[in-house]
Design a protein around this ligand. Structure first.
Ligand code: 7TS
Length: 414
């Protein structure tokens, strides 16, 4: 890994990063944009935007079927993107990368396909800080196949309680599905240890990496997770594309979950046979341009390097936390032991949606709401929070703009 930020001039390094993102320089409501809604989706660097334009302008054709030059080139670019994603997360082979619409579809794929291998009485274990997309598919599986869904509670601070996690595991646990990083609280879960504990009980483990892959290096083989799900659009890539990583040995055993073109070997009216993974799980024409753009986004992240990204984001997160804590009208929601990417908070006596609207008028884009983590809101007994979430292009000015605007909110509401 490259070393961190250049010590002599970190500011110019960040300025150079920002330059790659054209949208950051467009005013919003006549104000400088402070984009702090990266947990929802990140902005895209020019290399990603150009890769989409180039694909549609120069290479567009369907993949895996044409004998003509364009189709061969489109197929090669799509498969190269798959290999790039395998490399990005340290998978052992491109065949372990399934392109999906995003994290949500990746988790649903596991619930619908691996879920078919589970039996009534088998337990699926999740935590109380999961995004809805790592809750609802398991409820649907419970209703379909009679599995038991268990939820490990979180502490006041917003960490998964380690003792509760250990004691929830048993030989009945068939599958553990956990966020790597919580989108609502920013909690970084100690997943390596949790994966090892789950494996000791014979469970397979799915990690929801939606909020992790843009912020820290992920090595699926080192982690030894069985599945890892993430979205292109939260790592500087296009929307509508994501990845499910799965260990080959599991993907081989899993039934397909959608039928159609591209996922078959032979089709007769009596029965069909299926293509090997990953194609077995990619029915229909995929989001070819999206996969190529996601591959470019991974290249972009690698080129910047995780060491400087992490150093910068840690400094910025600490600064934002310290600034927010200095405001007596701010209450932080969640103070996890290890945090990445996001800070949730409440402005005393002001509804988060009102805060969001006022911040918007100051050019500050944050998310106000339940963040698709309603159980987290219920746990803290709040209807919603304000969430500032960070990316590599955010800087101290963005945080200052947020803090100034929050002061305006306070003044307006007295
Ligand atoms: N898992 C986590 C932890 C997430 O943060 C999200 C999206 C998803 C899954 C679903 O990802 P998708 O790309 O399939 O939609 N989180 C958010 C958010 O925090 N604000 O908007 C979307």
């Amino acid at each position: 890994m490259k070393s961190g930020l250049p010590q002599n001039d970190p500011e110019s390094a960040i300025k150079a990063w920002r330059k790659a993102f054209p949208i950051l320089f467009l005013p919003v409501r006549g104000k400088r944009l402070a984009y702090l809604d990266n947990g929802a989706t990140t902005q895209k660097p020019s290399t990603v935007i150009e890769s989409l334009e180039r694909y549609y302008g120069e290479t567009n054709a369907n993949v895996h079927r044409g004998v003509h030059d364009l189709s061969e080139r489109a197929t090669a670019a799509y498969e190269q993107a798959r290999a790039g994603m395998a490399d990005f997360i340290g998978a052992s082979a491109p065949e372990e990368i399934i392109f999906t619409r995003g994290t949500t579809e990746a988790i649903n794929l596991v619930a619908w396909s691996y879920g078919e291998l589970l039996n009534p009485g088998d337990e699926v274990l999740i935590s109380a800080l999961e995004h809805h997309s790592n809750i609802v598919p398991w409820q649907m599986l419970r209703d379909r196949r009679g599995i038991t869904l268990k939820v490990v509670p979180i502490t006041r601070e917003g960490d998964i309680n380690p003792d509760d996690f250990s004691s929830a595991l048993s030989e009945k646990t068939a599958l553990v599905a956990l966020a790597h990083v919580s989108n609502a609280l920013g909690t970084v879960n100690p997943i390596a240890d949790m994966i090892a504990q789950a494996h000791a009980q014979g469970a397979v483990v799915l990690i929801d990496g939606a909020q992790a892959v843009a912020h820290m290096p992920v090595e699926v083989q080192k982690l030894d997770c069985d599945f890892y799900a993430f979205s292109g659009h939260k790592m500087y890539g296009p929307t509508g594309i994501g990845v499910l990583y799965g260990k080959s040995s599991l993907l081989e055993r899993m039934p397909p979950w959608q039928g159609g073109g591209d996922m078959i070997r032979t089709v007769e009216f009596e029965r069909s046979t299926y293509a090997p993974p990953p194609y077995k799980f990619e029915a229909g024409t995929p989001h070819i341009a999206g996969a190529i753009g996601m591959g470019k986004a991974a290249e972009y992240i690698r080129q910047v390097g995780f060491a400087p990204i992490m150093e910068h984001e840690t400094i910025l997160l600490d600064y934002a936390l310290q600034q927010l804590q200095s405001l007596e009208f701010i209450r932080l929601i969640g103070t996890p032991q290890v945090r990445s990417g996001a800070i949730s908070f409440i402005v005393t006596d002001v509804h988060p949606h009102d805060v969001g609207t006022i911040l918007d008028h100051h050019g500050v884009a944050i998310r106000a709401g339940h963040h698709c983590a309603m159980p987290v809101m219920q746990f803290y007994q709040v209807p919603a929070t304000v969430r500032a979430s960070f990316a590599l292009y955010n800087n101290h000015e963005d945080v200052d703009q947020l803090i100034d605007s929050l002061q305006q909110v306070r003044e307006m509401f007295g």
